[in-house]
Design a protein around this ligand. Structure first.
Ligand SMILES: [Zn+2]
Length: 239
């Protein structure tokens, strides 16, 4: 017997067996989609993606199944959502700007496979590429910049996305490999130690550090040579 549950809030009758069945179907597709993403969509080459898919299918029809889906028809819809009226989509409500009415080919289906095959065919057709994110390792669709290395998912427990974190990391890498910064840090430690040994007062040190920072930034900007900067840092060297 079918199990029926009623979602009281929305007044919808949910057939849990049907949902279980769809989940199963998704689970069966998941490993295939991963290999499709890695073997076909992750390509850097400017190859014909549909041709590439068919070649894979010839060698491994289990992981690269025939892409079949139900009937398509033309319909008046709104762009920016997969539902006729974005306002009805409570989860995404507010994210939409004014929807644009368009006419498009529409796939009306309740089959998971239909939807997956339909989307895959569209990806292949428009040459949508996937990259593995260099931060979280998950795959993401590359829409604009082919060099994109990080996805825009939120990092768990953080308010930053991988993309934001990635640019911070690149900045830090650049900063830490900058010789002027290294020299500044080395000299900063040495000068700071002088306060402890009573060779410099806190005020003298603060004054020195402010000047050192100015020269460091001038050096990073290329206005002061590294040799001159290091010579200045070492000019008050004590034995
Ligand atoms: Zn990521």
């Amino acid at each position: 017997m079918e199990r029926l549950e009623i979602d009281a809030a929305n007044g919808i009758v949910l057939n849990t067996d049907e949902i279980e069945r769809m989940m199963e179907e998704y689970r069966a597709w998941q490993p295939k989609l991963k290999s499709i993403a890695h073997c076909v969509l992750e390509s850097e080459d400017n190859v014909d993606m549909r041709k590439a898919y068919l070649e894979k299918q010839g060698a491994d029809a289990d992981n690269f199944p025939q892409l079949l889906y139900g009937k398509l028809h033309l319909e008046a819809v709104y762009s920016g959502g997969n539902i006729p009226y974005p306002y009805d989509d409570l989860l995404n409500f507010g994210q939409f700007s004014e929807p644009t009415a368009i006419t498009a080919e529409v796939l009306n289906t309740e089959s998971v496979s239909d939807l997956i095959c339909f989307l895959l065919c569209r990806y292949l057709e428009t040459n949508l590429r996937f990259h593995a994110c260099k931060f979280c390792g998950k795959l993401f669709g590359v829409t604009k910049n082919y060099k994109q290395e990080y996805c825009s998912r939120l990092i768990p427990g953080s308010e930053k996305t991988c993309k934001e974190m990635g640019s911070v990391r690149l900045y830090e890498k650049k900063i830490f490999s900058e010789p002027a910064i290294k020299e500044y840090k080395r000299s900063y430690k040495a000068h700071n130690a002088r306060i402890r040994y009573g060779l410099m007062t806190r005020e003298e040190f603060d004054k020195w550090a402010a000047e050192a920072r100015e020269k460091r930034d001038a050096c990073v900007a290329g206005k002061l040579s590294l040799e001159d900067f290091v010579a200045w840092l070492d000019s008050d060297k004590q034995r």
